[in-house]
Design a binder for this molecule. Structure first.
Ligand SMILES: Nc1ncnc2c1ncn2[C@@H]1O[C@H](COP(=O)(O)OP(=O)(O)OP(=O)(O)O)[C@@H](O)[C@H]1O
Ligand SMILES: [Ca+2]
Length: 955
């Protein structure tokens, strides 16, 4: 049995194979309501469609690139003329190019047309925009009219009646509806109105009730999912409009907008490259092609939905919304739905198996009942004469058989999973965690280890430079003006040149005329230092020309620029992780500001400074420069040796309040927390100690050392590993993978950067930061932590556990009811020839179980006790032995009660007279319902008992 389930009803929490997704679907043929059952599973045919779109995109793009290459050679030096006529309405709106033309240029990579329109600048002009000012907000409406908006068509939200319609399409309800019809007909003919209609109307009433309760619950769920979906799609980009750099939702983008893209961003619309450096674009989300492409002035085409893998740029938006290929893809994909979760599938399996057993019993019950009737009639010799009453009796038998199937197919099981997950999702949203994939809620409950990022998750991500070492002198930065006064003027100049040119950030004046610093927290801290030193960003930028930029990335851990100096010659500036940048230095500036060779003593001094800063939990950065003569060409890499160290800075990033407590909660919950960071080992250790992650017997290691370890060594090392510093993206990935495969751990990973994407993808649960996180990280994640706070991760864990336990509760409850209903009806049908619980009664119970019972049990909020047990882990058995025992015990007890009532009831309660059967059955029904209520209550209690929990979860 166990094997049957693992073979057929097992899918991964994420990245399941197509095969596995298909397999269980095929086996689930005994379904009461297909539409409902499969509503929250992946729509495989839609996905197939999306895949086809991707493939055709890839083909189209390949052709376009080839054609454009050929054309590029052909048109060089040629003056081209075109027969393009600007449509009248476009002209009237004040623009010189229409949406179709723009679309065909970018999507078709059409260099010829691009040249006809005088290149990117020409198109910008025709779109009435400039790179410095962008579009002006006053004419937004006109733009919208001519070019459309950046939104995808979505399937319209489903109304209440849609769900009513879906609820009606339930096989068993339909059969019962038919029974009701016949019953009404026969009843009225036989006994007349209204007496003969009682039974029929009873059935009709309960059908209506079932339909409406189901539809209401489904409808509310759909509203919840719709809200979450909206939240998921909120993406903000940096745009220049009205001459101001500002944040804007991607839905508000219009052709003509200037968008600033940097590493980790998603290209929000089709457009053209205006300026930028080392731009590498990954088009796999659009085309499935994994090889990234270089985008630059000669290949300026940027397609919506692709990702910036490296570098940065300014882009001119040309085509938006459904005119882009991405728009078409998204419209299809949004109907593809989310992958089903492992529990959903598992319970679908349970439902199918029990349903089959139920079907068998139903057939037997029906046969036994019919046989009883026939025997009676044979004895009476009236087998050829059928009265209306007897026909009704047959009908009633049939209804009972059908109802046994209705009750036996525990359709509520898989649906309760969705209900419970949806409930948890909504509550988590209030607690600042946005769940992107349903399965994550489930998996999080069994997490055994968390690999946490340092920056931004454990710390506040609000960075300030608090210490510097300039000209061999250590200084504290405390915001006072005189900080810079003792620095020699030549050094101050170099420092400002470095800070303001060698940066990915920007200093802008915002709408309120206030100075605003943009960029990553590290960059911001440095720019702030520059302003404190009395520098002016724009002025400094104007002094020299930037000829090359190598933007920061986590693999190199440094950033470099080359400047063309006003007095001639080139100068390279480098800033980066202090040990790494310092290793490229062979000179430094002494206390007079003179360049002197770096001897052993001064190297030691600088290294000690770095150590000192780091041991105070500061992030250290080294700034250096190098004059590289006059022969620098843009096409070569920036040299990385012979630098002169200008300064070492120590940046403070305080630990978030509450992190220590949260780490302690994790510890008591049996979840191991590890820190993986790109920062320096000493810094990492200091912070880890402060958070309570690093203990005395724990191990801290650097990425480069970790990489060298053999598999056996890793086996020894990983259980003790608490901190990994200076990690590369791949180190993180390796750690997660080893934990998952070798150690069978259920791993949660947090991350914010593009560098974290591989690990987030590999993890059982990927958690991305909502504020600091890049689009790429968010896309690879299963949950987005909206407030970037580690404590929220603990909340997610708590909800995950609560979901797990709630579903267990519901399963136990429903299985008990199933077994009892089945056994009671079957045995009494066999032994007495009639069923104590009628179809209508069973339907009632079923409705209460499926909807109200599920609501009550599946939506229990979590208790703090949940975090005091050991995690379930990968091997946890969902329906534990204790649960089986409970199910059996409960069923037996209920069966005995009902059986007693049925056989001895009349005597015990002194029932006689014509109505005794009716009264007895009512009595039986009521005790049955009461038993369920008690069972329901007991289940709750049982799971909430503090000590009992351990066994339940572990067994
Ligand atoms: N903009 C930058 N320019 C140059 N160097 C930087 C920049 N930002 C960070 N660094 C250096 O790179 C190191 C960390 O880089 P990395 O991106 O791998 O880690 P992180 O993601 O910031 O940290 P964590 O993994 O803890 O979140 C820092 O210690 C710092 O010295
Ligand atoms: Ca990070």
């Amino acid at each position: 049995m166990e094997n049957y389930f693992t073979e057929n009803f097992e899918v991964q929490a994420k990245n399941s194979s197509e095969d596995a997704l298909q397999r269980w679907r095929k086996l689930c043929w005994l379904v009461k309501n297909r539409k409902r059952r499969f509503r929250f599973t992946a729509n495989l045919s839609k996905r197939f469609e999306a895949e086809a779109i991707r493939r055709s995109n890839q083909e189209k793009l390949r052709v376009a690139v080839l054609v454009s290459k050929a054309a590029l050679q052909f048109i060089q030096g040629l003056s081209l003329s075109s027969d393009y006529i600007v449509p009248q309405e476009v002209k009237q709106a004040g623009f010189q190019i229409c949406a179709e033309e723009l679309g065909s240029i970018v999507e078709g990579h059409d260099v010829k047309k691009l040249k006809i329109h005088d290149g990117v600048e020409g198109i910008a002009e025709k779109l009435c925009t400039t790179i410095t000012k962008g579009i002006s907000t006053s004419e937004i409406d006109r733009r919208k009219q001519v070019y459309g908006v950046n939104k995808f068509t979505e399937t319209p939200p489903k109304g209440f009646w849609f769900f009513v319609w879906e609820a009606v399409q339930d096989t068993t309800l339909m059969i019962l509806g038919f029974c009701a019809f016949v019953s009404l007909l026969v009843g009225i003919v036989m006994e007349g109105w209204p007496k003969g209609a009682h039974d029929g109307l009873g059935i009709v009433a309960s059908i209506l009730l079932v339909v409406f309760v189901t539809a209401t619950s489904d409808y509310r769920q759909s509203l919840q999912f719709r809200d979450l979906d909206k939240e998921k799609k909120k993406i903000v980009v940096q745009v220049t409009r009205n001459g101001l750099r500002q944040k804007l939702s991607i839905y508000d983008l219009l052709p003509g907008d200037i968008v600033h893209l940097s590493i980790g961003d998603q290209v929000p619309a089709d457009g053209l490259f205006m300026s930028g450096y080392s731009l590498l674009i990954n088009e796999s989300s659009l085309t499935g092609e994994s090889e990234p492409v270089n985008v630059n002035a000669s290949n300026p085409f940027l397609l919506s939905g692709t990702k910036v893998q490296n570098g940065s740029c300014k882009m001119l938006v040309t085509t938006v919304g459904m005119r882009t290929q991405w728009g078409k893809l998204m419209a299809t994909l949004s109907e593809g739905g989310d992958d089903e979760t492992p529990l959903q599938v598992k319970l679908n399996g349970v439902a199918t198996v029990i349903g089959k057993i139920g079907l068998f019993f139903a057939v037997v019950t029906f046969a036994v009942l019919v046989q009883g009737l026939f025997t009676r009639k044979l004895e009476e010799g009236t087998q050829w004469i059928w009265s209306g009453d007897e026909a009704m009796e047959m009908l009633e038998f049939f209804a009972i058989a059908v109802t046994i199937v209705v009750v036996a197919v525990p359709e509520g099981l898989p649906l309760a999973v969705t209900l419970s997950l949806a409930f948890a999702m909504k509550k988590m949203m209030n607690d600042k965690a946005l769940v992107r994939h349903l399965a994550a809620c489930e998996t999080m409950g069994s997490a055994t280890t968390i690999c946490s990022d340092k920056t931004g998750t454990l710390t506040t991500n609000h960075m300030t430079v608090v210490k510097t070492c300039i000209c061999g002198e250590i200084k504290e930065v405390n915001g006072s003006e005189k900080f810079g006064s003792s620095i020699p003027e030549s050094v101050r100049k170099l420092l400002l040149e470095s800070i303001f040119n060698n940066t990915g950030g920007d200093v802008v004046v915002n709408e309120a005329k206030k100075v605003e610093i943009l960029g990553t927290p590290t960059e911001t801290a440095l720019l702030e230092l520059g302003l404190l030193l009395g520098g002016d960003f724009q002025e400094e930028r104007g002094k020299s020309k930037i000829v090359k930029v190598e933007p920061f990335n986590s693999t190199k851990k440094r950033m470099g620029v080359v400047l063309e100096l006003p007095e001639g010659g080139f100068r390279a500036h480098c800033k980066g992780a202090s040990e790494i940048a310092l290793a490229a230095c062979d000179k430094f500036l002494n206390s007079n500001g003179d360049v002197v060779p770096l001897d052993e003593a001064s190297t030691k001094l600088l290294q000690d400074t770095i150590e000192n800063f780091a041991s105070e939990a500061l992030r250290t950065l080294c700034l250096a420069y190098s004059d590289i003569g006059s022969g620098f060409s843009e096409s070569v890499d920036i040299p990385f040796q012979g630098y002169t160290c200008i300064a070492i800075v120590g940046i403070k990033d305080p630990v978030r309040p509450g992190v220590k407590e949260s780490v302690a909660v994790c510890r008591s919950a049996g979840i191991v927390v590890r820190m993986v960071t790109g920062d320096n080992l000493t810094t990492a250790k200091a912070i880890a100690r402060e958070c309570g992650i690093l203990t005395d017997d724990g191990l801290a290691i650097e990425g480069p050392e970790f990489r060298e370890k053999s598999d056996e060594e890793l086996q020894q090392l990983i259980p003790k590993l608490q901190v990994m510093a200076r990690s590369s993206p791949m180190d993180k990935h390796t750690l997660v993978k080893t934990l998952r495969t070798t150690f069978q751990e259920v791993v949660a990973v947090t991350g914010d950067g593009t560098n974290d994407a591989p690990a987030l993808h590999e993890a059982d649960i990927g958690l991305a930061m909502g504020i600091a996180g890049t689009e790429v990280a968010k896309e690879s994640a299963d949950v987005i932590i909206l407030d970037d706070n580690f404590s929220t991760i603990v909340t997610v864990g708590k909800w995950g556990r609560s979901v797990y336990v709630n579903i267990q509760k519901f399963v136990q409850f429903q299985l008990t009811v199933n077994v009892v209903a089945l056994v009671v009806n079957f045995t009494s049908a066999c032994l007495t020839g009639n069923a104590p619980l009628t179809a209508v009664q069973l339907l009632w119970v079923n409705m209460i179980m499926d909807t109200l019972g599920a609501l009550a049990l599946a939506t229990e909020p979590p208790t703090d006790d949940l975090m005091k047990r050991a995690p379930v882990g990968r091997k946890g058995n969902f329906i534990s032995n204790v649960m089986w025992r409970n199910i059996m015990g409960q069923s037996l007890y209920q069966f005995v009660v009902i059986w007693y009532l049925q056989t001895q009831g009349k005597e015990a309660f002194r029932l006689d007279g014509p109505d005794s059967d009716l009264i007895l059955n009512t009595l039986i029904f009521n005790s049955f319902v009461f038993c369920q209520v008690i069972c329901d209550y007991k289940t709750l209690n049982f799971f909430n008992r503090k000590t009992g929990n351990h066994e339940v979860v572990k067994d």
